[in-house]
Design a protein. Structure first.
Length: 209
């Protein structure tokens, strides 16, 4: 039987046994940050969705769609969710950026024995059939607490629109997890809605050499 390409290397395993070494999740974060810098970060003038100009652009999907990136994201976010004071009953986000992130966490949650059904929030309601804003409702317990995820947080407008639609369906948004906070006011805007987003990386992390 072959060895999984995602298994920790021998030196990583040894490090876990050494006093004062990085935890497994910290090691995963280090590996994910390298992927983020290599696959998602682009430097140079670019116009953001908010209309603002920036000296850099981060496309989280490029890392989340990479096999190792998906594994690392799923593991890191699942462990953060599992160790939280309120464990949600579902995991979702606004299409398109959140789609691979949501899927990664949901798959890992099943493997870890604490399955979190995934759901996707549309940017526009379905124009036929049910006309729903949210896909995946059949797997959720009505009125349950759910977590939302975002790949890159800038102004917070996208994720807050998602919060609105989730609440309209009768669910409680207990937490929000973000891969990267650009630190441009989005976190504070979300906090004003009574939710404190938990971010894996900040702008400083990805821009540091």
């Amino acid at each position: 039987m072959g060895t999984s390409r995602y298994a920790l290397k021998d030196e990583d395993i040894q490090q876990e046994k050494d006093p004062g070494s990085l935890s497994e999740i910290d090691e995963y974060k280090k590996r994910l940050l390298v992927l983020f810098k290599n696959k998602s970060l682009r430097k140079g003038k670019v116009r953001l969705r908010s209309g603002k100009w920036s000296d850099y652009y981060v496309d989280g999907k490029q890392t989340a769609l990479d096999p190792e990136g998906a594994f690392l994201i799923g593991k890191i976010l699942f462990e953060m969710i599992r160790s939280s004071s309120i464990v949600p009953k579902g995991i979702g986000g606004v299409t398109l950026g959140a789609d691979p992130v949501v899927t990664a966490v949901s798959v890992v949650s099943y493997i870890e024995g604490l399955p979190l059904p995934a759901f996707i929030i549309r940017k526009e309601p379905k124009d036929h059939g049910t006309g729903r804003w949210i896909e995946g409702l059949v797997n959720l317990t009505p009125g349950c607490e759910v977590a939302l995820v975002e790949d890159v947080l800038t102004t917070g407008g996208t994720i807050l629109e998602g919060v609105k639609h989730v609440r309209e369906e009768g669910f409680v948004v207990s937490s929000i997890y973000v891969l990267l906070d650009r630190e441009e006011g989005g976190k504070e805007r979300i906090m004003s809605e009574g939710i404190t987003p938990i971010c894996i990386f900040t702008k400083k992390d990805v821009l540091e050499d």
